[in-house]
Design a protein around this ligand. Sequence first.
Ligand code: NAI
Ligand code: MG
Length: 491
Amino acid sequence: MAHSNEMGAPLDFKGLWQYDAAPEDKSQVKIAPRYNHFINGKFVEPDSGEYFDTISPSTEEKLSEIALANENDVDKAVKAARKAQKDWAKLPGKERGKYLFRIARLMQERARAFSVIESMDGGKPIRESRDVDVPLAAAHFFYYAGWADKLEYAYPGKKASPKGVAGQIIPWNFPLLMAAWKLAPALATGNTVVLKPAETTPLTSMFLAELIRDAGIPDGVVNIVNGMGATGAALVNHPDINKIAFTGSTPVGKFIQKALAGRDVSYTLELGGKAANIIFEDAPIDQAVEGIINGIFFNQGHVCCAGSRLFVQESVANEVMRKLKYRIDTLVVGDPLDKNTDIGAINSKKQLDKINELIQAGIDEGGQVYKANVSTPDKGFWCAPTLFTEVSQAHRIVNEEIFGPVLTIQTFRTPDEAIKKANNTAFGLSGGVWTDKGAKIFNVTSQLRAGVIWANTYNKFDPTSPFGGYKESGMGREGGLHGLTPYVNLD
Ligand code: NAI
Ligand code: MG
């Protein structure tokens, strides 16, 4: 298969799909110096004439420049999606499914390139992009491909028809995976899409645009335009969209709700979190410590469902603290393309500033801080794993989503106290419980007000299982059968 980017230069993927190729060998991944909008099946220059840089947060080097979409560009993308929608919806579900299967398979074939680029553009460790982000993104397309011709079984006795044109706005913490979460259910149900990636991590979406073109998806079914918040807002405010799907911060989620009030546009919002990870004294402590580490340091803590508030039963608090401190000193912070790296770069200078501001607030408000004794590179944006004790609900760092490698630790005596403290938050996205008593798992998890709760594990994802939150964590579900429903009208 011939690959070329919109500049006409050949893309050399030779050897990239073999898993024995060294992931740190970025010479094999060709990033074009410039990417344009993907509208109506073609790469087109921006009406704005403007481009913005995307950098690698681990080196601060410019990787490429990306077309910036203004209102006219967004309008062109929405028009292309509108034009393509009827024919796409008319295709038998089986045919739409075939296209989705093709996307999934091509993604697997190009997994090497997607992983390397995801880690370069966003800073996450290659081990995570290779083993989590990219395989899970492909799995979402496989899963929803399977639903495309089974909608009558998904909704027995009802007729499911597509909403129409979906505007989809995604964040920078799981760029390719969030694109997959958004696109796969929308396309399976006969919607067409305008996708707006996050401004610090546009590259895997541009590689996805090339993949979608190579997969022969009809023109206009998927359109991708880049830009900052204003581009996202232009999509939300466009008069001819039927549905908005957003993942990102709670403030932007509220803005979208207001902008859509009174309009005939349905929406799903997947917003922030401040999850409780609860360790009971009867838990297997060594496993729980690994679960705490994974819960908060996976993807530098840039995870909406991160286990960022730890609650430890008093009788084992000393042991857990001792083991946690020892463990975080062993974490490798550094080059995202090194297979040994545990914690990569913070996604942007802006995010690093936010994390540091909150760490300082934690100290100023009387928290006891423990920073891991690890070295970090000179260039780039880095944050050593950080623990806070001596904190309470009154502290900002216990209330606010930090979205970084910072864990607050509190203790409790009884299950009731743990549940009360865990639920004392404006968010309700996820949670974790560690105990060897099955009855306790059922008792505690049924009282936690959160969308996803893990027991004796953390941060496990599967396309078949719904994901989403209560309270300020958003509305609607993605994943599983639940994730199809926001994209259909049911008669
Ligand atoms: P953000 O919510 O501003 O960005 C997410 C996406 O929304 C990006 O594509 C952005 O361009 C777009 N956007 C921004 N303003 C918009 C608007 N007015 N209308 C439509 N789209 C808009 O998040 P940001 O500023 O990058 O991160 C700030 C904080 O948000 C983080 O520290 C974290 O706490 C939280 N966050 C949560 C995420 C989650 O997965 N729930 C993902 C990203 C951020
Ligand atoms: Mg970048």
